[in-house]
Design a protein around this ligand. Structure first.
Ligand code: 1GP
Length: 229
C-alpha cells in the first residue's frame, strides 16, 4: 500500500485542461510521488475517466481530489476530500460529503478516503471565489486551523492552498509547526525548481499544478527537490 507520508512531490492534473500523450508520459515518468486529478470548474465524469485511464498505465499512485459528486468513480488509489475549513458555506465543509455518503457510503472504503483540512488563501483563485473562503487570515488563525485539522477532526492532511500565486511561507511554517500527526501539503504558484525548494523546506509535500500546462520543462525540474533534499 502506498504511504502518503513519504510523498514529497505531486503533480495535480486538471481534467478540464488538455495535455498531450508525450507531456503526460514525461509527467508520469518524472519520479514524482503521485498524480492527483482535481480541478475547480468543468470537472465531469467524462473528462475524469479519460484522464484516469491515461494515467493508470503508469505505476504510480493516483488520487482523485473530489470536487463534485458527478465525477466520483472507482479506480483510484485514494480519494482526497477537501473540507474547506475557512469557507463560511457549509456545502464546502460537509455538504458535499453528506451527499456523497448518502449515495456511496455503503460501498466506501474508508482506508482510501483521506479528509483534508483545506485552507484556501489566494482570494483571486477560482476555488476561493467559489467557496467564498475567508482568506485574510493571520498566524493565530492558521494555528487554530492546524489544531482543528490535527487534533479536533484528526484529519490526516492539512492542505495550504494558494492556487495561482506563490504563498506566504510563514503561513506554511506555522501550519507545519502546529500539527503533530497531519501531513502538510502546500500548493500554489510553484513556477521553478527554486520555488519548489523554498516550499519543500516548509511543507511535507508540494503540489505542482498549472506549471504542467504553461511550462512543462520547468514543471519536470521541480521533481529534483527529491534528489536535493
Ligand atoms: C492547485 O495547489 C494546486 O490546487 C497547485 O496550484 O496550479 O498554482 O500550481 P498551481
Amino acid at each position: 500500500m502506498y504511504d502518503i507520508k513519504k510523498w514529497q512531490h505531486v503533480f495535480k492534473l486538471d481534467p478540464a485542461k488538455t495535455i498531450n500523450d508525450e507531456d503526460l508520459d514525461k509527467i508520469c515518468m518524472s519520479n514524482t510521488d503521485a498524480i492527483v486529478i482535481g480541478g475547480t470548474d468543468n470537472v465531469t465524469e467524462d473528462n475524469v475517466i479519460q484522464l484516469m485511464s491515461r494515467v493508470r498505465r503508469y505505476p504510480l499512485p493516483l488520487v482523485l481530489e473530489i470536487s463534485n459528486l458527478e465525477s466520483i468513480m472507482p479506480g483510484f488509489d485514494f480519494y482526497f476530500v477537501p473540507m474547506v475549513l475557512n469557507s463560511p458555506d457549509v456545502q464546502y465543509q460537509n455538504g458535499l460529503l453528506l451527499e456523497a455518503l448518502k449515495e456511496y457510503g455503503h460501498m466506501m472504503d474508508f482506508d482510501e478516503i483521506k479528509f483534508q483540512g483545506y485552507i484556501i488563501l489566494n482570494p483571486d483563485s477560482k476555488a476561493a471565489v467559489k467557496t467564498q473562503a475567508k482568506t485574510d487570515l493571520d498566524e493565530s488563525d492558521i494555528e487554530a486551523y492546524a489544531l482543528m485539522t490535527d487534533k479536533v477532526y484528526q484529519f490526516p492532511i492539512m492542505y495550504i492552498e494558494y492556487s495561482g500565486t506563490f504563498g506566504d511561507m510563514e503561513i506554511v511554517r506555522t501550519a507545519k509547526q502546529n500539527v503533530e500527526q497531519a501531513h502538510v501539503f502546500y500548493g500554489g504558484g510553484i513556477r521553478s525548481l527554486s520555488d519548489a525548494q523554498v516550499a519543500a523546506k516548509e511543507a511535507d509535500t508540494i503540489v505542482v499544478g498549472n506549471l504542467v500546462y504553461t511550462d512543462i520543462k520547468q514543471a519536470l525540474k521541480t521533481v529534483k527537490i527529491k534528489e536535493l533534499s
